[in-house]
Design a protein around this ligand. Structure first.
Ligand SMILES: [Cu+2]
Length: 176
C-alpha cells in the first residue's frame, strides 16, 4: 500500500513539474515571437513606448491598402486610433474599417463571416473574436476609436469589407 502511495505521489510530482516546464517554455516562445515582431522593420509602423494615450493614425484610399502594417504599443495602454479614407469611392463599393482580432482567431474564417454581415457594418453579429473595431467609412471620411491595448502578444488587424482582408491587414504588437 505504501509503495503504491509513494508511486502515485511521485507520478503526480513528475507530471506537475512537466506542466510547469511546458508553461515556462510556452511563455518564452511567446516573448520571443513578440520581440521578433516588434524588432522587424518590415512595413511601416508606429512605436510609442510610453504616455497615457497613444495616437495612431492609419491612412487608406481607393487602392485597398493600409499605410501602416504594424502598430507597436504597450500592454494596458490606451490607444486612440484614427482611420482616414483618402479615396473618392463610397462606402458601399470601397468601404474600409479596422478590426483588431483576438489571439488565435482564424482570420480567413472571420473575414468570410464578416463578408456575410452587411447588415451589421461587416462585423459578425455577436462576434467574440473582436478586440475593437472602427465603423466602416467611405472616401473622404475619418473615424476614431479608443481601446485599451490587450496583454502582451501579436494580434491581427484587418479591414472586414468583403475580400479586402487579403491586402488590408497588419499586426498589432503589444509589448511589456
Ligand atoms: Cu477595406
Amino acid at each position: 500500500m505504501k509503495t503504491i502511495l509513494i508511486a502515485i505521489i511521485t507520478l503526480f510530482m513528475i507530471s506537475s513539474c512537466g506542466e510547469d516546464k511546458k508553461k515556462k517554455s510556452d511563455q518564452k516562445k511567446e516573448t520571443k515571437v513578440v520581440q521578433q515582431a516588434a524588432a522587424s522593420k518590415e512595413g511601416s509602423y508606429t512605436n510609442v513606448a510610453s504616455g497615457a494615450v497613444v495616437n495612431v493614425a492609419i491612412r487608406t484610399d481607393d487602392r485597398m491598402k493600409f499605410d501602416l502594417n504594424k502598430i507597436v504599443v504597450k500592454a494596458g495602454q490606451k490607444v486612440k486610433l484614427t482611420l482616414t479614407h483618402a479615396g473618392r469611392l463610397g462606402k458601399r463599393i470601397m468601404g474600409h474599417n479596422v478590426v483588431f482580432l483576438k489571439k488565435g482567431t482564424n482570420v480567413r474564417r472571420f473575414a468570410s463571416k464578416a463578408a456575410g454581415s452587411k447588415g451589421n457594418d461587416f462585423i459578425p453579429v455577436g462576434a467574440t473574436s473582436v478586440i475593437a473595431h472602427t465603423k466602416m467609412i467611405g472616401g473622404g471620411e475619418t473615424t476614431t476609436i479608443e481601446f485599451t491595448a490587450p496583454e502582451v502578444g501579436v494580434y491581427d488587424y484587418i479591414c472586414s469589407f468583403p475580400a479586402h482582408y487579403a491586402l488590408m491587414k497588419g499586426k498589432l504588437v503589444v509589448v511589456e
